[in-house]
Design a protein around this ligand. Sequence first.
Ligand code: ZN
Length: 222
Amino acid sequence: MSDALKHEILVVDDDPAIRDSLSLVLQSGGYDITTAINGFDALLQLKRRLPAIVLSDLNMPQMSGFEFLSVVRRRFPQISAIAMSGAYDSGEAVPGGVIADAFYAKGHSDPEMLLRIVDGLIRTSAAHAVDHERQSAPVWIPRNGKDSHGIPYIVVTCTDCMRSFPLSVITEDLQKIQETPCLFCPNTVRYIIDFSLAIASPRPEVKAAEIVHGARHAAAKS
Ligand SMILES: [Zn+2]
């Protein structure tokens, strides 16, 4: 790989040891690396600059990789995405419900394979970007939990302004595309609640309470 054209990769994982080891592997392959500690952090960084590739863990607190990668695909269709997880062993196939171009099984810890996947995506990125533009996949939202009144809720991230807000789940309409107006901007968010995901974000209770409170506050003001 020529140094004149260093491609940037954003590594998203809540585990600092994994961020470090993946960064080392990818730097050894000649790539520039930035890191994010979760989906929200990654979206903030994407607002500032766009990498060629995001490499995201699927099982993260606060915003799962499923949701993060859905938002990336909708908002930044030019970015190629690699999902990674230690919880799946699907070889190189992307697990169902994950919106990504490739999959890396963390458990195998096979740096050569990771570099091969990245290199392949970089070489075909123009073709991927065209595919992505044509996709109008809704955002996949994992089930989140129950609010203080025992009502199930989800947290939706707007694909346009990228702010997040909670929604109460009235009916458990399985895997049907639903729409909701964004609380913060004129965008309408299309989403699917994926009740089948066993790997939903382990959202810390205190964080969920803060998010719900923050959004109610914002909604009350508008
Ligand atoms: Zn919005």
